[in-house]
Write a protein that binds this ligand. Structure first.
Ligand SMILES: CC(C)(COP(=O)(O)OP(=O)(O)OC[C@H]1O[C@@H](n2cnc3c(N)ncnc32)[C@H](O)[C@@H]1OP(=O)(O)O)[C@@H](O)C(=O)NCCC(=O)NCCS
Length: 212
C-alpha cells in the first residue's frame, strides 16, 4: 500500500471539547465535581454507551500526538476487539502482521499516524494515508471509550493539522457510528460500492465519503 503525504508536524493538538454551558472555568471544575449521575448501563446495539446519556458530563480532554512503538500493544488490543471488527467489517491483523504493518507506517514520513489520547491515556488512533491513490482518513477507538464524542473530536483535530483536500473515507454502509463521525466533520457521501472480500476486508456494501 502507498501512503500519502501531509504537512506533517509532531505537535500535540488539543481539543478543549464542546463549549462550556456553565459559568466559565471555575464553573467547569465545579461541574465536574457536581455533574449529575447518569445511567451508564444503557447500550446501543453495538454495545457502546448511548452518547446522549453522557452529555451531562463535562468533556474529557482529547489530544493527538504521533504514534510511537510504545503505543502498539494498546493499538493491537483495540484492533483485536471482535465487536469493533464486526462494526468496521474488517478482519483483524495477527500480531506479526500488525507489527510489520506498523513498522512500515512508522518509517514512512508521508503518513500522518496519530495516537488519540484522553486525559493521558491512549484510547485509539487516527491516520491520514493514501489508499487506491486517494488521500484518506481512518480511525479506531477503544470500545471502552465509545459514545463520548472522542472520534468526532479526534477527526476535527486531524483536519486542523492535515491541509490536504479533498480527503476520502470508505466505510461499511452499516457502520452508522463512523458515518456520523464523518458527517459531523463535513464529509459528504459521494457514492456507494460493493467491495469484494479479501484477506483484510469481508465483502460488504461501502459508502464513499469526501471532504472538499
Ligand atoms: C466508529 C467509531 C470510531 C466511533 O467512535 P466514537 O468515539 O464512539 O464516536 P463519537 O462518540 O464521536 O460519535 C460520533 C457520532 O456517532 C454516533 N455513534 C457512535 N457510535 C454509534 C453506534 N454504534 N451506533 C449509532 N451511532 C453511533 C454518536 O451518537 C455520535 O452521533 P452524533 O454526532 O449525532 O451525536 C468507534 O465506534 C470505533 O472505533 N469502531 C470500530 C472501528 C471503526 O469502525 N472505525 C471506522 C472504520 S471506517
Amino acid at each position: 500500500m502507498v501512503w500519502g503525504r501531509s504537512p506533517g508536524g509532531s505537535g500535540i493538538f488539543s481539543d478543549p471539547g464542546p463549549p462550556e454551558t456553565g459559568p466559565g472555568i471555575a464553573g467547569g471544575l465545579f461541574a465536574r465535581a457536581l455533574a449529575p449521575r447518569v445511567d451508564r448501563s444503557a447500550r446501543c446495539s453495538y454495545g457502546c454507551p448511548m452518547s446522549n446519556q453522557l452529555d451531562d458530563n463535562p468533556p474529557e480532554q482529547v489530544t493527538l500526538r504521533d504514534v510511537t512503538p510504545a503505543d502498539l500493544p494498546a493499538l493491537f488490543r483495540f484492533q483485536s476487539d471482535p465487536e469493533a471488527n464486526r462494526m468496521a467489517v474488517v478482519n483483524p491483523r495477527g500480531l506479526d502482521e500488525f507489527n510489520a504493518f506498523w513498522k512500515t507506517v512508522l518509517s514512512d514520513p508521508g503518513v500522518v499516524a496519530k495516537a488519540v489520547v484522553v486525559d493521558g491515556t491512549v484510547v485509539g488512533n487516527i491516520s491520514c494515508f493514501q489508499m487506491d491513490g486517494l488521500d484518506s482518513v481512518g480511525y479506531w477507538i477503544d470500545r471502552e471509550y465509545w459514545g463520548r464524542g472522542i472520534a468526532k473530536r479526534s477527526l476535527a483535530l486531524l483536519l486542523e493539522e492535515v491541509a490536504i483536500r479533498p480527503l476520502h473515507a470508505r466505510v461499511a454502509a452499516a457502520n452508522i457510528g463512523s458515518i456520523r463521525v464523518l458527517q459531523h466533520c463535513g464529509f459528504e457521501c459521494v457514492g456507494t460500492q460493493t467491495s469484494e472480500a479479501d484477506d483484510r476486508f469481508p465483502a460488504c456494501e461501502e459508502s464513499l465519503f469526501e471532504l472538499r
